[in-house]
Design a protein around this ligand. Structure first.
Ligand code: HEC
Length: 165
């Protein structure tokens, strides 16, 4: 590159032409940095980029689980169902009453919400306690109501302790 400093220093003054050239070069360097570096990183390794994003998100997810276990900010029945219960109830694995199957759920609805919740919390035959997942009691209750109400039942969604009053 042409040396733009020397003439100005030799004359002992800043030539305005040299200052303009310097400003343009500096601007170009910044623009190249902004436009090309992040793009080339992304294109060169999408897997690493995805990994980096996952790592940045991880602490948020951890906090969310802790909050859910403490009772506040509990997940909805649908969220818990998808995360835990669907593993068996979506396809009816191990003889689980299938999601949305009114004839499978029908005979169980008569037992009432309390009895079904009790089965879900403590387990029943091949059904593990809490579905084997990492959930609060409130979340299991919401998941029971979500499944039942999608199979012809009409249970009220259990309220969080703070909302119940
Ligand atoms: C590992 C498989 C599995 C998972 C995961 C699972 N279940 Fe089940 N569930 C079963 C099976 C099997 C039965 C049938 C039990 C029986 O009646 O013998 C069942 C039955 C039930 C019943 C009916 C209980 C009764 O008294 O009739 C409810 C309610 C229920 N599950 C809720 C849930 C909820 C809520 C979740 C998620 C938090 C969940 N299950 C996750 C396998 C599972």
């Amino acid at each position: 590159m042409r040396d733009v400093h020397t003439p100005a220093r030799q004359r002992g003054e800043a030539s305005s032409k040299n200052l303009v050239t310097l400003a343009v070069v500096a601007l170009l360097v910044v623009l190249v940095g902004i436009f090309f570096l992040p793009n080339s990183q992304k294109m060169s390794d999408p897997a690493a980029e995805a990994q980096a994003v996952a790592e940045r998100l991880q602490p948020v997810g951890t906090v969310e689980v802790m909050v859910a276990k403490a009772g506040g900010g509990a997940r909805s029945g649908e969220e818990v169902y998808k995360a835990v219960c669907a593993a068996c109830h979506a396809a009816g694995a191990l003889g689980a009453p299938k999601f949305g199957d009114a004839s499978a759920w029908g005979p169980r609805l008569g037992a009432g919400y309390a009895a079904l919740l009790n089965s879900a919390l403590k387990g029943k035959n091949a059904m593990p306690a809490q579905g084997g997942g990492d959930t609060s009691d409130l979340e299991v209750g919401r998941a029971v109501v979500y499944m039942v109400n999608n199979a012809g039942g009409k249970f009220d969604e259990p309220k969080a302790p703070a909302e119940a009053k």
